[in-house]
Ligand binder design. Structure first.
Ligand SMILES: Cc1ncc(C[n+]2csc(CCOP(=O)(O)OP(=O)(O)O)c2C)c(N)n1
Length: 319
């Protein structure tokens, strides 16, 4: 059993709250037109990125998707540079060229978010192959949604990862919806984790509970680090909001959305921390205030950063 100590529990809680509040702030700012393009928030799914990335070192790799803010924040991206990138500003991680869906940071091992569904899976698998080849001891975590597991990239990647016993953990956040399509209409099986069997790797279904995900992710990361090969984890997460910010999600029943909100991974964890006296109400308030302040600072930083110069428009283009 892998149980986090008090310090780790508080660290985990702070990170979950940070992701929730950053996403809430992004929804607010996006609606005013300050952020160009599209953004996809992960509110309701915060437990997975935090629990999984808790096991990673800075030098480990991580790849993510169009819904990747939480993963990047959990892996350790700098909040100011992240915010500036989403605002399309030159101080951002990719000089305002990537925005939300392609943000990357080699220093913290973030191989990139991906607007192409399933696009990050072979990239992550390749990174895991490189670490194995170089005997660097790095582990790669690859996040994606259940919709991505219908893509050829998923199957080809898991096949080669298993054959070569690559140091990688595949983490599927199954929120039951791929864009506007429910799982049962695009997938003949109920459990994505069953797909692991086809590639002779362990697969597990984990509820949207921070400590349960923490435990399973710990086993999988350790297995990868020891050279024992890949694992597929399926987290039964819940998406509260629409596919993208601005989607009124008319395709979902109100009672389903209400049930998702009721089963809140952050509120559940908070209750537990209060009950076992890891945190007191006043400390929870202090954390919220501190996180809000950091976020306001990051938004201010992004607003003050200049837009990229027009002369940079054709930079970094191959053709
Ligand atoms: C190859 C490809 N096909 C289709 C799309 C359009 N698209 C964007 S997100 C999405 C659904 C993805 O669902 P899932 O992988 O479950 O992730 P979630 O949005 O639930 O986090 C689709 C179909 C795309 N971006 N790329």
């Amino acid at each position: 059993m892998r149980k986090p100590g008090k310090k780790k529990l508080i660290q985990i809680y702070k990170k979950m709250v940070t992701i929730r509040k950053v996403e809430e702030k992004l929804m607010e700012v996006f609606s005013t037109g300050e952020i160009p393009g599209f953004i996809h928030v992960c509110i309701g799914q915060e437990a997975t990125p935090v629990a999984v990335c808790s096991w990673l070192k800075d030098s480990d790799y991580m790849s993510t998707t169009h819904r990747g803010h939480g993963h990047a924040l959990a892996k350790g991206i700098d909040l100011n540079l992240f915010m500036a990138e989403l605002f399309g500003k030159s101080a951002g991680y990719c000089r305002g060229r990537s925005g939300s869906m392609h943000i990357a940071d080699p220093k913290t091992g973030i191989l990139g978010a991906n607007g192409i569904v399933g696009g990050g899976i072979p990239i992550a698998t390749g990174a895991a192959f490189a670490s194995q080849y170089k005997k660097s001891g790095q582990v790669t975590v690859c996040f994606f949604g259940e919709g991505a597991t219908n893509e050829g990239t998923f199957h080809e990647s898991l096949n080669i990862a298993s054959i070569r016993k690559l140091p990688i953990v595949y983490v599927c956040e199954n929120n039951g919806w791929a864009e506007f399509t429910p799982q049962k209409t695009h997938m003949p099986i109920k459990k994505v984790a069953d797909r692991a069997r086809a590639y002779d790797m362990p697969g597990a279904v984990v509820p949207n509970d921070i400590l349960k995900i923490y435990e399973k992710a710990g086993e999988a990361v350790e297995r990868a680090r020891k050279g024992q090969g890949p694992t597929l984890l399926e987290i039964k997460s819940t998406r509260w909001h629409g596919h993208f910010v601005g989607d009124a999600q008319k395709y979902r029943l109100e009672k389903e959305v209400a049930a998702a909100k009721k089963k809140d991974c952050i509120a559940d964890f908070e209750k537990k921390l209060l009950k076992d006296k890891t945190l007191r109400k006043a400390e929870i308030k202090k954390i919220a205030d501190m996180v809000n302040q950091r976020i306001e600072g990051a938004v201010d930083f992004a607003r003050k950063s200049p837009l990229p110069d027009q002369s940079e428009l054709m930079d970094d283009l191959y053709v």
